[in-house]
Design a protein around this ligand. Structure first.
Ligand code: GUN
Ligand code: ZN
Length: 510
């Protein structure tokens, strides 16, 4: 029996159910980070925002005597006064910031078991970006030794459900390897084969703080290649809702947000398109209870400014999670990713990085969903388009064929009818109206979208050298620059004008 069940899929993203000793959590979700020393919002209030699970730091608890004693006697749930699932991080992050901590791997694992955390983390080494390969490799070895040691200490889920083991802690197996793709893949493979339960992708905070979202995409994809498609993946330290859709589309299931509190502390108001310094806000672009009961000015002047901002930040964080889940259910996650990636030039770079990984994503994507809306940059690299290109090999065409963008008066003179629609190109007209050819596409296409459509059409024609093709360049295709027809005209007859009875759906939009 698996602790993680995938219910719905879109792109490499999914809605899943994660089983823990304190209940089932629906993913994707965000765990608000609770600092047991300071909290403006009580853990018990977190459900009000949509939180199902929290994360706190076992090293902070361990290093403060009063917290440690309380956690040992009441458990971490009693300490926080929260009865849902709680994950605890180790002191790794402190280790990466301060260079040294006063606890060993086995001690902190043992402590997390004693305080009955639902998901415990070993003392991995968060190797920063831009270190040498040798350093990354050496630190990964140390990380892996510690995870293996933790795996020997913590009973496996399959064992504790069979026996009456009192410890029911799931073990997180962090993936490290800095920016080296092969190390990330190796690291992912290692923790999966070791039989960890939850899989955080580590050391991405410096990438996010420096807006290196395209590097982040590469790190997630290589880690996922090692982890495989079926395990729950946590993106460590990712709490800004602007990048959730992107990370979910790549197969991340869990996030943790300290951002809601850290941004609030610095007078920053989070939106899904980025963050505003409170000083710059004249209006509040949000309908959460805080924003409906306040103005930008009243928040600025409030004694509880930090708390009000924290609350707003949490509302928008969970609103985005619900929006992402709805998008997955509708098969529209990639449209949301396009939208979010236009929030910041560095996010747009991430979208370009995503293009490289279209073929990888295609392997994960479900074969049928609802209409796809073409929104630009990524469209010719979407799984549907890549899959269509791969399947072109399966068409065997003989006799005469017409390729056109809607029914024409000369259709009856041909043996086969093909419809032309970017970014696909030519496809058999019997499939008109069926997914994915029912795509709603824009009439002003980027060059790479036209190029994909024309190149797929050329591919189809070249696959069937004995068949004869005629392409109708109707006025509806005027958005395609002349030069795109050069190669096509060498292998296929092109006619410029023909009376058109109907136009297909995308031309009807004119
Ligand atoms: N928090 C943010 N990044 C990391 C990481 O790489 N490892 C651990 N344990 N915690 C983190
Ligand atoms: Zn708000």
């Amino acid at each position: 029996m698996s602790i993680f069940e995938i219910i719905e899929k879109d792109g490499a993203g999914r809605i899943g159910r994660l089983k823990t000793a304190h209940g089932i959590v629906e993913t994707p979700t965000v765990m608000p980070v609770i600092n047991p020393n300071i909290n403006l919002i009580k853990p018990s209030e977190m459900r009000e925002f949509g939180a199902e699970m929290l994360i706190t730091n076992s090293y902070i608890i361990y290093s403060h005597e009063d917290l440690r004693e309380k956690a040992l006697s009441l458990g971490v749930h009693g300490l926080l006064d929260f009865d849902g699932p709680v994950m605890t991080d180790s002191g790794s992050f402190q280790l990466s910031v301060y260079g040294d901590i006063r606890v060993s791997n086995s001690e902190i694992i043992d402590f997390q078991m004693k305080i009955k955390t639902d998901i415990g983390v070993p003392l991995d080494v968060p190797t920063p970006p831009d270190v040498s390969y040798e350093v990354a490799e050496k630190e990964l070895e140390l990380t892996n030794e510690r995870i293996a040691e933790a795996r020997r200490i913590v009973p496996k889920y399959s064992d504790f459900i069979k026996s009456s083991e009192s410890c029911q802690m799931l073990l997180a197996g962090p993936v490290q390897g800095s920016l080296y793709d092969d190390l990330r893949v190796k690291s992912g493979n290692f923790v999966r084969e070791l039989g960890c339960d939850v899989f955080p992708i580590g050391a991405v905070v410096p990438l996010m703080s420096n807006y290196r979202y395209s590097d982040l995409v590469d790190v997630i994809v290589s880690s996922k290649k090692g982890l495989g498609p079926s395990v729950p993946v946590h993106l460590f330290g990712a709490g800004h809702p602007m990048m959730f859709a992107l990370a979910v589309s790549l197969g991340c299931d869990l996030f943790d947000s300290a951002a809601y509190a850290l941004y609030a502390k610095n007078d920053r108001y989070i939106t899904v398109n980025g963050t505003y310094p409170l000083d710059r806000l004249k209006h509040l672009p949000c309908s959460c209870p805080i924003c409906m009961q306040n103005t930008a000015d009243s928040i600025r002047k409030s004694e509880n400014k930090e708390e009000l901002l924290s609350r707003h930040n949490l509302y928008v964080t969970f609103e985005e999670i619900r929006r992402i889940k709805q998008a997955i259910s509708e098969g529209r996650l990639l449209e949301l990713v396009e939208l979010r990636c236009h929030s910041h030039p560095r996010m747009l770079d991430a979208l370009y990085a995503l293009k490289k990984h279209g073929a990888w994503m295609e392997k994960y994507d479900t074969a049928t969903k609802s209409t796809f809306l073409d929104c630009g940059t990524f469209s010719s690299h979407r799984p549907e388009v890549i899959r269509f290109r791969n399947r072109l090999e399966r068409f065997t065409v003989s006799g005469t064929s017409i390729i056109r963008s809607g029914k024409t008066s000369i259709d009856r003179n041909f043996d086969n009818l093909f419809s032309f629609k970017p970014p696909f190109g030519a496809y058999p007209s019997e499939l008109d109206g069926n997914y994915p050819f029912n795509a709603e596409v824009s009439l002003n296409q980027d060059e790479d979208v036209i190029e994909t459509a024309i190149s797929n059409t050329i591919h189809l024609i070249k696959q069937n050298p004995d068949a004869e093709f005629t392409f109708v360049k109707s006025k509806q295709l005027r958005f395609i620059p002349e030069c795109f027809f050069n190669e096509l005209s060498e292998i296929c007859k092109i006619i410029d004008k023909v009376e058109q009875d109907t136009v297909n759906e995308f031309e009807n939009n004119i």
